[in-house]
Ligand binder design. Structure first.
Ligand SMILES: Cc1cc2nc3c(=O)[nH]c(=O)nc-3n(C[C@H](O)[C@H](O)[C@H](O)COP(=O)(O)OP(=O)(O)OC[C@H]3O[C@@H](n4cnc5c(N)ncnc54)[C@H](O)[C@@H]3O)c2cc1C
Length: 419
């Protein structure tokens, strides 16, 4: 059994999967370790859908895509399977799982599912191995370079790298949300009556009949006409990095699901025959640990649409902060043709020799993270981290001293927007 690799990526969400594929395509031996049974991360386990905005508009009003490379290839593969809508935002996550498996296997990535990284050997900001718990027992895997794409910066935390949590000054994070779906909805009736939902919801809330603190009911369409997706439960003031508080969040959110289903079924004919068909297999965490990086992306960088000379991914999604206090969502949109780029240094824990980060746990402030956390951008960051690991290996360089220009050159060849 192979236990030594060039590169080990931990976490098979969009970031980790893209990272593993990118490194493997550059000829490296790569192990991708995922705690559940498939890839996709929040899309697969939290039911997150659709893809938020990953484009700008040119002067003719045409879309110019910012997340390209591996993300675009995933969309094309979904399209071939009829598993994405014509706007390329709403997708079928069951097909996403098979697409990501196939792309990893074709690239030569070794996959290790149902495997949880529970420990690591690290000294002097250098990681030498990770310990993985699974049905085989506990096994050590070694690599020259490691990628933390766990969403929660779990590997960085285990290795003792410092992190930030939530907003200044109280460390409160964005709310957690257990997504759910209702099927057998009378869609025609829903279209006619959907504007009545929020006024009644607010009335119920003011009468204390709805406990959910969210200001409105957030509903998305799915690939199935009679199935609606709800991103509307809201769990506040619980720390997603504390297992007991996370458990409370799961329990409270499930009560909110039932509260919402009852509210809709009891008040709207469109939902009379609808059923609660699924909930995410875990509560969705928008924000948890973020590394302290060589660079940190801030709200000011975003508002100024800064395009860093060491940019490795581009993003145009709005600042979107679901209130950590209860009701309300702070939204600041960019002009239609504006975007910012994420500097390489935001992926690198300060002074890290061989551990890099990708996805929603990179180095950013609470405000900046609320924008870059979307799935397309996480995928782009993952591709960048995978390329960086392969380049670092070739150059025998540490991540903290690696020339970002070398990473950017490969990303440009891959068709990515980095400037
Ligand atoms: C409720 C909610 C709604 C959202 N809505 C949208 C939306 O509409 N559109 C959009 O584009 N984005 C949305 N987002 C944001 C987006 O889904 C996430 O930020 C993004 O998917 C994060 O990707 P990631 O790869 O960084 O992490 P994740 O997708 O979280 O992947 C991390 C992976 O690491 C694995 N893992 C963790 N720890 C370990 C370990 N120790 N060992 C092994 N494996 C481990 C996990 O199982 C997981 O598969 C939403 C997020 C939430 C929570």
């Amino acid at each position: 059994m192979q236990t030594k690799y060039d590169i080990i990526a931990v976490g098979g969400g969009f970031a980790g999967t893209a990272a593993a594929i990118a490194s493997a395509r550059m000829g490296k031996s790569v192990l991708l370790i995922e705690k559940y049974n498939c890839l996709g991360g929040a899309a697969s386990f939290d039911l997150v859908n659709p893809f938020m905005k990953y484009w700008i508009y040119d002067k003719d009003g045409q879309r110019v895509y910012l997340s390209r490379g591996i993300f675009e290839q995933i969309l094309d593969r979904l399209d071939e399977l009829g598993a994405i809508d014509e706007k390329r935002v709403c997708f079928n996550e069951e097909y996403l799982k098979i697409v990501l498996n196939r792309m990893c296997i074709e690239a030569g990535v070794d996959l290790l599912f149902q495997s949880y990284v529970v420990g690591a050997e690290a000294a002097d900001r250098q990681v030498s191995s990770v310990s993985v718990s699974n049905v085989s027992g506990i096994t050590k895997y070694y690599a020259d370079y490691f990628i933390d794409a766990t969403g929660d910066a779990n590997l960085c935390h285990i290795c003792g790298f410092p992190y930030r949590l939530g907003r200044e000054p109280d460390n409160a994070t964005q709310p957690m949300t257990l997504s759910f779906r209702m099927s057998n909805v009378n869609r025609d009736l829903f279209e006619k009556t959907k504007d009545q939902i929020n006024p009644l919801y607010k009335q119920y809330q003011s009468q204390g009949k709805i406990k959910n603190p969210r200001e409105d009911v957030l509903i998305f369409y799915t690939m199935n006409r009679d199935t609606l997706h709800f991103n509307t439960t809201r769990i506040i003031k619980l720390d997603p990095t504390d297992a007991r508080q996370l458990t409370r969040a799961e329990i409270e959110a499930r009560e909110q699901v039932v509260e919402m289903v009852d509210f809709l079924k009891n008040n709207f004919e469109a939902f009379a025959d609808a059923i609660l068909c699924s909930t995410g297999m875990q509560i969705g965490v928008r924000e948890s640990r973020m590394i302290i990086g060589e660079k940190t992306l801030t709200e000011t960088d975003l508002l100024n649409c800064v395009r860093s000379p060491e940019g490795i991914a581009a993003c145009s999604y709005k600042i979107d902060i679901h209130s950590p206090d209860g009701s309300g969502t702070k939204i600041i949109k960019f002009a239609p043709d504006e975007y910012y780029t994420i500097p390489y240094g935001c992926l690198v824990p300060k002074n890290s020799k061989n551990l890099i980060c990708a996805g929603r746990c990179i180095s950013a402030t609470h405000e900046a993270q609320s924008s870059l956390r979307i799935m397309p951008t996480c995928c782009s960051m993952g591709e960048a981290a995978g390329v960086a690991a392969a380049v670092a290996l070739d150059k025998k360089s540490q991540f903290c001293t690696l020339d970002p220009g070398l990473v950017r050159d490969v990303l440009k060849q891959n068709g990515m927007v980095v400037d």
